[in-house]
Ligand binder design. Structure first.
Ligand SMILES: *[C@@H]1O[C@H](CO)[C@@H](O)[C@H](O)[C@H]1NC(C)=O
Ligand SMILES: *[C@@H]1O[C@H](CO)[C@@H](O)[C@H](O)[C@H]1NC(C)=O
Ligand SMILES: *[C@@H]1O[C@H](CO)[C@@H](O)[C@H](O)[C@H]1NC(C)=O
Ligand SMILES: *[C@@H]1O[C@H](CO)[C@@H](O)[C@H](O)[C@H]1NC(C)=O
Ligand SMILES: *[C@@H]1O[C@H](CO)[C@@H](O)[C@H](O)[C@H]1NC(C)=O
Ligand SMILES: *[C@@H]1O[C@H](CO)[C@@H](O)[C@H](O)[C@H]1NC(C)=O
Length: 770
């Protein structure tokens, strides 16, 4: 029996019209950018790529339930956004469940309560069924008529790390409805044929009633089902794909374990043209969550003439440390490893998969970056190695950073060295051996710490560096634990020597607590920096950064230095008098992400004018801190660090990004997809703050947060630096490096060839300004 379901959509909510608005908005966005001024040769300049897929063609992207990483699975909005935000030729995957009266709906869990409001509508509707030998409790589609499901039940997000503000507003999709929307390709996943057949519902009959029309691919983990539809599928030119489940689970038709079926791939070829495998069939993880060498399954399957689709991809899942929390890195591991390429991905975040395939695969590491945006590190590549160590800096160089940074700290005996903070607890092993030396210094931080200026350089060197994992308190999210204590501390002099020998275009020297160190500890950090720079004879760009305008003023005599004022509090505006004041002290500012895009409950709610205002005053803007962990990335950026970069670079027009993962930033900037002036079928578009929340019903939207206060001109001005006090007690042990106590004279001997920062090049396009 087949129910006509084509009239049911959205007639009981506003979701329909809202969805439509969003879709139109998004389409506009895409077209505005792609149709922007063209470089005619650009598209042709992209060389044809050789893929190690079965066909030699580009791997496919299959959206599991549309863009289910953002919206409830298979909702019209999820499907529309998947198509408009991914590269052309996307395949939409719908997972078939059947209603009591034989209608087909798209939901991956056989229990409706997993992703719908059914349990609140029918509090007593819970049942128990045996599904392929397993006893399951819940609300099952086959107990409800299509009419009930379509008119009264709505979708909710079933994965807790994803937005819930769209819950209860979107209708469950009927298979026919998705087909009618004519996606580029349509894939139907039939998970439970045996179960539905036991209950007198036949997925095969249902498919015949549709005449397989518009269905490009059908997959199933059940051999019997695939065989039963083989003839019809061949006639309809629908491809059949066999899905592997957990290796230890039993395949319902043969009752053999999937691991056993895997041993005879040739046999699969008789009833399917390809296979789906969970991604860890290909790249599995060891117990420490590092990648083991790849299995041979892809090459074996290709030899047997089978395509291989890898499943289980999402930007918000915990994966291997080898990927540095960058979802694009994971996709590339499967398609661009030099050995093999899967034929497609089944993913909850299809734009990210498209991006990896279209924009990043086969990228040469030495490609020039597009535009003039600087990639500046934050404590070196501190996402991969303990910050400010030789290893973090080397990784940053290898990853193509333009500018590597040293936050200068002083030891008690006057050694200037690089470390994230004066407090050694976050980034060294000090807490395990030197806790007795902890003190409280309210001028520096409210909580107690073990401060570098209370320890000699010898004592500091007895410690080990320690990687900082900013999101570890949220459970997991450690950074590279295998290298937790790797690397060596670097003195400022060594850092400059290192920078001189490497390909980086410049260094950023960050100076904090100068007044405190001078007056209370007798340590002249400004002079230490000046003499180190002079002694290094570094012939590269030098950025001097401080939150203290007086520190910046003391470098004014060297016009080649770019002075960077760091503004560590959230600001909402930079009025003209403030700009004029900043201009007296600095050429650039380092500001927080939230001073450019305001965030509420992980949604981007608005965009400030701070970049435009700074640019009007010829002040460059660097934004910090960019991190890969999806917890630090708003939903609007698709939980993808690359889209965040695109938003700040192509959208806001910043002059530099300050990042703990320079590899992610340089890969984006080297990709033709970052150049919105090119005529490419797929570009990495900036997110438009406020668009995503506007899809949700008004009452579900997070409350508008009060705008950040403007930056006051007064806040920019700091008191003059006090002279360096002469304290005899400093020299408990260890030497006093030359220059560390001298005060006064400017390092006039410096002769560095430094060109003034090029101003904004990436002109904002229509889409960015929208
Ligand atoms: C729904 O099912 C998925 C996959 O089995 C599971 O991860 C998720 O926690 C479930 N959600 C709910 C709300 O039951
Ligand atoms: C849907 O809900 C309304 C009111 O809550 C009820 O009158 C109607 O019978 C329900 N429809 C179905 C098909 O259950
Ligand atoms: C993953 O990282 C570990 C530790 O750095 C390394 O030993 C291993 O070779 C990496 N695996 C792959 C496949 O790159
Ligand atoms: C900014 O710089 C440009 C070129 O260097 C110059 O023409 C312009 O007057 C400057 N504007 C301000 C406000 O300083
Ligand atoms: C500082 O310490 C070094 C090494 O212990 C010593 O040679 C030097 O004389 C000391 N200087 C002062 C001023 O105490
Ligand atoms: C500065 O450097 C340039 C180029 O290296 C050199 O020609 C010039 O003589 C130097 N000037 C001084 C004052 O050292």
């Amino acid at each position: 029996m087949l129910i006509n379901v084509s009239h049911n959509s959205y007639n009981n909510t506003h979701a329909g019209s809202m969805m439509l608005r969003f879709f139109i908005l998004f389409s506009l966005l895409v077209h505005a950018c792609v149709a922007a001024p063209k470089t005619p040769a650009a598209a042709r300049a992209v060389p044809a790529k050789k893929w190690l897929t079965l066909s030699g063609k580009e791997p496919g992207v299959v959206a599991r339930g549309g863009f289910s990483g953002l919206f409830p699975e298979s909702s019209a909005t999820a499907n529309d956004l998947a198509i408009s935000a991914s590269s052309p030729g996307l395949t939409l995957l719908c997972s078939l469940q059947m209603t009591k009266d034989g209608a087909g709906i798209c939901l991956s869990d056989i229990r409706l309560d997993n992703a719908t409001t059914i349990s609140t509508l029918f509090p007593k509707g819970q049942k128990t069924y045996k599904v392929n030998g397993q006893t399951l409790n819940g609300w099952f589609a086959l107990d409800y008529s299509a009419d009930t499901i379509f008119s009264n039940v709505s979708l909710v997000q079933n994965i807790y790390s994803r937005p819930s503000i769209f819950d209860g507003q979107m209708a469950i999709a009927a298979v026919e409805e998705v087909l009618e929307s004519k996606p580029p390709k349509f894939w139907l996943s039939v998970q439970y044929d045996a179960f539905y057949m036991e209950h007198k519902l036949s997925p095969a009959e249902y498919l015949r009633s549709l005449r397989f029309r518009g269905i490009n691919i059908i997959s199933s983990p059940e051999i019997g089902f695939l065989k039963s539809i083989g003839k019809d599928a061949r006639k309809a030119k629908t491809k059949l794909i066999f899905e592997f489940k957990d290796p230890e689970a039993n395949e319902p038709t043969t009752n053999k374990k999937y691991s056993e079926i895997l041993l005879n791939l040739a046999a699969i070829k008789s009833f399917a043209t390809g296979i789906i495998v969970p991604k860890d069939y290909i790249w599995s993880l060891d117990s420490a969550k590092y990648l083991k060498p790849a299995s041979t399954i892809v090459t074996d399957a290709h030899k047997a003439g089978l395509e291989v689709y890898a499943s289980g991809f999402a930007n918000d899942l915990s994966t291997s440390y080898n990927y540095s929390y960058d979802p694009s890195a994971e996709y590339l591991q499967f398609v661009d490893n030099g050995q093999f390429s899967v034929d497609g991905f089944i993913t909850d975040f299809p734009p990210t998969a498209s991006q990896a395939i279209t924009c990043f695969a086969h990228q040469k590491r030495n490609l020039p970056k597009i535009g003039s945006t600087l990639v500046i590190t934050h404590n070196g590549a501190s996402g991969d190695y303990p910050g400010c160590t030789d290893m973090a800096y080397q990784k940053a160089v290898d990853d193509g950073a333009d500018v590597i940074d040293c936050s200068v700290q002083m030891s008690k005996d006057g050694m200037a060295f690089c470390l994230a903070s004066a407090d050694l607890i976050p980034t060294t092993t000090a807490a395990t051996t030197l806790m007795s030396r902890a003190t409280t210094v309210p001028e520096i931080q409210s909580k107690n710490g073990i401060f570098s200026f209370d320890l000699t350089w010898t004592e500091i060197q007895s410690l080990k560096p320690q990687i900082q994992s900013p999101f570890s308190t949220s459970g997991g999210f450690q950074r590279n634990p295998a290298n937790k204590n790797a690397g060596k501390f670097m003195t400022l002099a060594d850092f400059l020597k290192f920078s001189k020998a490497k390909t980086v275009t410049g260094v950023l020297i960050n100076i904090q607590n100068a007044a405190y160190l001078a007056s209370k500890k007798g340590l002249g950090i400004v002079d230490a920096v000046k003499s180190a720079l002079t002694n290094s004879k570094l012939d590269k760009k030098v950025l001097i950064q401080s939150d203290d305008s007086s520190v910046l003023d003391s470098f004014k005599a060297v016009p080649k230095y770019t002075r960077v004022l760091s503004i560590d509090k959230e600001i909402g505006d930079a009025p003209k008098p403030t700009i004029e004041e900043i201009k007296k002290h600095a050429d650039a500012v380092n500001i927080l992400r939230s001073s450019l895009v305001t965030i509420s409950q992980s949604f981007a709610t608005g965009k400030t004018k701070v970049v435009e205002e700074m640019h009007k005053g010829n002040i460059s803007v660097y934004v910090s801190v960019m991190r890969n962990e999806y917890l630090s990335i708003t939903f609007d950026y698709f939980s993808d660090p690359t889209v965040e970069l695109a938003t700040f670079i192509a959208g806001n027009g910043v002059d530099g990004v300050i990042t703990e993962f320079p590899a992610t930033a340089t890969r984006y900037l080297r990709s033709p997809c970052s150049d919105l002036n090119r005529d490419l079928p797929f570009a990495i578009l900036p997110a438009d703050a406020g668009t995503l929340i506007s899809v949700a019903a008004k009452e579900a939207q997070p409350p508008a947060s009060a705008p950040n206060p403007p930056l006051d001109a007064k806040d920019v001005i700091d008191p003059p630096l006090p002279p360096v006090a002469n304290l005899a007690t400093n020299n408990a042990s260890g030497g006093s490096p030359p220059g560390s106590r001298r005060s006064g004279s400017i390092a006039t001997t410096a002769n560095l060839s430094l060109s003034f920062m090029a101003m904004l090049a990436l002109r904002l396009l229509l889409c960015a300004a929208a």
